[in-house]
Ligand binder design. Structure first.
Ligand code: MG
Ligand code: MG
Length: 262
């Protein structure tokens, strides 16, 4: 079942979204050559605790994964793209780091991810990150009343093809609000004019992610970390978005500027 949110409920999700955005901004500033992934995780934990927010990841136990997740961030480096476990790893020059976080504040959830390149970026890595950001913007632009969910998905797939990246359909976006994962599923490719009609009050996380040269994935032995099957680099961008009567509202928008990516 899809629960449409009232403007007041969307405003509460916006409060959560702005906190998520602030944390991702801060983590993007901190992520640098020589920084340990665990430092980022612990910094996020302290910000979440200080705000009185609840991590949606902590104790998350889906059908995959070995036991409940015991971190507040997913940190995925290079060929890892989703659900990367924060671990004892020191970032190196040129690493591509995806940072993904979802929390609830007073019962309302927001979910967002960005990809940053640490140190000196390689041109083809910049191109990859840009593709996920352009795809995300295109998909957000399609999140309007009267459009269909397929228009959102197709917008992502069209950008991927334009940039020359294949698309995996196993993991994509999702509805959210009272919990992190609600209906509908938002695939990262689709057909225009298909799927449910979008209505004001629909809140979805849109999250294009691409690997350079494959649409196949493999799981690490930890059952969580998802990597490109061929070891090629990956990127991931995500925002929580509300369909409104007017323009789509990006609940996790971050101020632009600062870094060149993410
Ligand atoms: Mg996320
Ligand atoms: Mg998500």
């Amino acid at each position: 079942m899809i629960e449409l949110k009232s403007p007041r409920e969307i405003e509460r999700m916006h409060v959560t979204g702005q906190f998520v955005a602030d944390v991702l901004t801060r983590l993007g500033e901190l992520a640098d050559v020589g920084v340990n992934l665990l430092d980022l995780e612990h910094h996020a934990r302290s910000l979440i605790a200080a705000r009185g927010a609840q991590s949606c990841y902590w104790d998350y136990a889906p059908s995959f994964g070995n036991g409940p997740f015991r971190n507040v961030l997913c940190l995925s480096v290079n060929d890892a793209v989703l659900h990367g476990l924060p671990h004892d790893y020191v970032l190196r020059d040129g690493d591509v780091l995806s940072i993904d976080m979802a929390v609830g504040i007073d019962g309302w959830v927001a979910d967002s991810a960005r990809t940053v390149i640490v140190g000196t970026p390689a041109d083809d890595d910049l191109h990859l990150v840009e593709a996920t950001e352009v795809a995300l913007a295109a998909a957000i632009g399609a999140a309007r009343p009267g459009n269909h969910l397929g228009d959102v998905s197709a917008a992502i797939g069209e950008v991927a093809r334009r940039y020359g990246y294949p698309v995996n359909l196993e993991f994509g976006g999702h509805g959210l609000g009272r919990t992190m994962h609600e209906a509908p599923h938002v695939p990262n490719d689709g057909r225009r004019g298909r799927g449910m009609k979008l209505q004001p009050g629909l809140t979805i996380a849109i999250e294009p992610w691409f690997a350079k040269t494959t649409d196949k994935i493999v799981f690490d032995a930890d059952g969580w970390t998802i990597r490109s099957a061929d070891g090629s680099r990956t990127a991931h961008s995500e925002h929580t978005v509300a369909v409104t009567e007017d323009e789509p509202l990006v609940l996790t928008s971050r101020p632009t500027g600062g870094r060149t990516t993410g």
